[in-house]
Design a protein around this ligand. Structure first.
Ligand code: MG
Length: 252
């Protein structure tokens, strides 16, 4: 299924995308999937972030080529950090360039949306806890990253977590092309098959540390090809069969 969150006639709904139509749902996408009977054309809704996570759990250095470009040794266990819920924006929302930074980068990532409360989940059952997958852009104030002993400041500015456009469970994440395009130019071009730590392992590992709640998102790391963005730039993150997440950078 293809899940989305949208605004229509100034009201916010969850819905299912079927063909070119959006079927409004009552309640949430995690528990109750009741269609209300309301149907609107996809072209008439304004997409919002496809979920509202209580936290975004992020994996750093999860593609070999990106570790090499950053001169970081390959990790023996996942590098984990968090982004706050206040950083989340949706498709076509603006990324605001913060005054504190002189360099902000895009990072194309596969986002995993959690379906049900997960604690101490075995690897073998991990995918039962997944609602679906979305595109993510782990926007990073690169110049502030080394200055901070850890990465919270560089990763946490408002608007630094674009997610979307939708969530889908209709993909095989072991082999999906993942790409970023800056003003139309391909900057990152890889495949989710290149992840060092795989999604089922990550869910199991993370759920042994913190409870994952419905709507929480795990972003799984970025491939090589990171570079800065400037005000006015358009950044697109495309993952095969999931969609294109597009945002514009604006000056604060
Ligand atoms: Mg990242």
């Amino acid at each position: 299924m293809k899940y989305l969150r949208y605004s229509y006639n100034n009201k916010i709904h969850y819905g299912l995308l079927e063909g070119n139509n959006v079927y409004e749902l009552s309640g949430e996408i995690f528990t109750s999937l009741q269609k209300t009977g309301q149907v609107v054309p996809f072209s008439e809704v304004r997409l919002l972030s496809p979920c509202t996570p209580s936290k975004i759990v992020c994996i750093g250095v999860n593609y070999r080529d990106h570790a090499e470009e950053c001169n970081i040794p390959l990790p023996k266990s996942p590098v984990v950090f968090l982004k706050p819920s206040s950083s989340v924006i949706g498709h076509l929302d603006d990324i605001i360039y913060p005054e504190m930074s002189k360099r902000i980068d895009y990072e194309a990532e596969l986002g995993v949306v959690i379906k049900q409360k997960a604690k101490n989940v075995p690897v073998g059952n991990a995918m039962d806890y997944v609602l679906g997958f979305t595109c993510a852009n782990d926007v990073t104030a690169r110049d502030l990253q080394p200055a901070d002993g850890q990465w919270t400041i560089s990763k946490s500015f408002d608007t630094f977590m674009p997610l979307g456009p939708i969530i889908t469970d209709e993909v095989d994440i072991t082999n999906l092309k993942i790409q970023s395009r800056l003003n139309g130019k391909v900057m990152q071009n890889s495949n989710t098959g290149n992840l060092i730590f795989k999604v089922d392992f990550l869910i199991s590992y993370l759920s042994g540390i913190m409870t994952l709640y419905p709507g929480d998102v795990i972003i799984t790391g970025t491939p090589m090809g990171i570079a800065p963005m400037n005000p006015g730039d358009v950044i697109e993150i495309e993952i095969e069969n999931i969609g294109v997440l597009k945002n514009t950078v604006k000056k604060a």
